[in-house]
Design a binder for this molecule. Structure first.
Ligand code: SAH
Ligand code: SF4
Length: 376
């Protein structure tokens, strides 16, 4: 028998095509889509309005297989983090951040990352592989499933009396990996996030964060425009070449032009610039003033991220007072600037932190293998 096809790998058009190859009508594909993504169902037998013969055939040829969590930690502030086994001793992480008016899920796009930003623990691991579309959307599937189960248990709801109120209102592609370096799979997953037959999120509530792969930013604008965050982290090319090496290929003048082009079709009328605050490296008032010049023609907001330290990183987090001063200069120039709260510190819920920690103790694969073995 052939290995079953994971239906989480398809967006709506892909599933319609796969059904068509089997002589099934598009509405059947949409039906199954809704069961999978709206109802969170991974058992064909339970899809009661799908013809019995089709259910039997699907059970033979297909599966609905999300990634498997090997660790599940909850921080004192409610931030929840899952470490997911993606095979071959690789793991990625997904983080849920609850806030008063929204719940944000931070999703990974690659195991490791090839771009090697100086301050990033994911980058320090090197690149392992791209996640499949099913592994990317599977993180949303799984989080919905696990958070929904937790909420039902808390509220004492009966099965079938499910409250479909959204727990996850926003998705950010800010976990491990560079989303635009895994373009096709990420776009398939984004389409599912936006599709009414799946998660039905508005484009404004789905954010892709990129280190600045200029041609892929243009493609995203044309193929699936969602909110855009750009990891800037430096105010001039010399500094950015050092911190974000992809800058050598796509320097700031090209990056700023790509941001302006993106805004023609973006669902929001600004780009968010992320800026990690590294003590004594990029956090001087002179850098803030240089930034104001740099972004003069790009409608934007700034999100200052206090550096999340990890062993042997060689960097330190800027002091709060220094961050306030830096923010103040941008704000005085009329740029909306927020400083990210450090959340989930007790579960290391930051970009690449948990897997990074695993790596820092011994050689990554050895240690990770042990972690996965202990958990399975
Ligand atoms: N690869 C994409 C998205 C994932 S990283 C990107 O680089 O944009 C999400 C954000 O976390 C990026 O802005 C990234 O630069 C930042 N980041 C990485 N390591 C960090 C650390 N140790 N402390 C604080 N922010 C970090
Ligand atoms: Fe990759 Fe983003 Fe980390 Fe840079 S910051 S190494 S692009 S994950």
């Amino acid at each position: 028998m052939n290995t079953p096809v994971n239906l989480l790998d398809f967006d709506v058009d892909g599933l319609i095509a796969w059904f068509a190859e089997r002589g099934e009508k598009p509405f059947r594909a949409r039906q199954v889509m809704r069961w999978m993504h709206r109802e969170g169902c991974n058992d064909f037998a339970a899809m009661t309005d799908v013809a019995k013969a089709l259910r039997a055939r699907l059970a033979e040829e297909a599966c609905i297989r999300p990634p498997v969590p090997v660790r599940d930690s909850v921080s004192a502030d409610g931030t929840r983090k899952w470490l997911l086994d993606v095979g071959n001793s690789n793991a990625v992480e997904t983080v849920f951040i609850p806030e008063t008016n929204r719940g944000t899920l931070c999703i990974s796009s690659q195991a490791g990352c090839a771009l090697d930003c100086a301050f990033c623990s994911t980058g320090k691991q090197g690149f392992n592989r791209n996640l499949s579309a099913g592994e990317i959307i599977g993180q949303l599937w799984l989080a919905n499933h696990l958070l929904g189960a937790a909420r039902e248990a808390e509220a004492g709801l009966e099965a079938g009396d499910k409250d479909n109120g959204r727990i996850i209102s926003n998705v950010v592609m800010m976990g491990m990996g560079e989303p635009l370096a895994n373009f096709d799979n990420v776009v398939t997953a984004l389409r599912l996030m936006l599709d009414d037959h799946a998660y039905g999120l508005s484009r404004r509530r789905v954010t892709v964060s990129t280190s600045g792969i200029v041609p892929a930013m243009d493609r995203l604008r044309d193929e699936c425009p969602v909110a855009l965050a750009v990891s800037l982290h430096a105010s001039n090319d010399a500094l950015r070449d050092r911190l974000v090496p992809i800058n050598v290929k796509y320097p700031l003048v090209e990056l700023m032009a790509a941001c302006r082009r993106y805004l023609d079709k973006a669902p929001r009328d600004f780009v968010t610039f992320e800026y990690v605050m590294l003590d004594g490296v990029n956090d001087d008032p002179a850098h803030a003033r240089e930034l104001i010049e740099l972004v003069r023609e790009v409608p934007c907001k700034f999100n200052l991220i206090p550096f999340n330290p990890f062993p042997n990183s060689g960097f330190q987090r800027s002091a709060p007072e220094r961050i306030r001063r830096f923010a103040g200069i941008l704000i005085d120039a009329g740029i909306v600037t927020t400083t990210r709260k450090t959340r989930g510190d007790d579960v290391d819920a930051a970009c690449g932190q948990l897997a990074g920690q695993v790596q820092d103790k011994t050689r990554r694969t050895v240690r990770l293998k042990q972690t996965l073995e202990v958990r399975s």
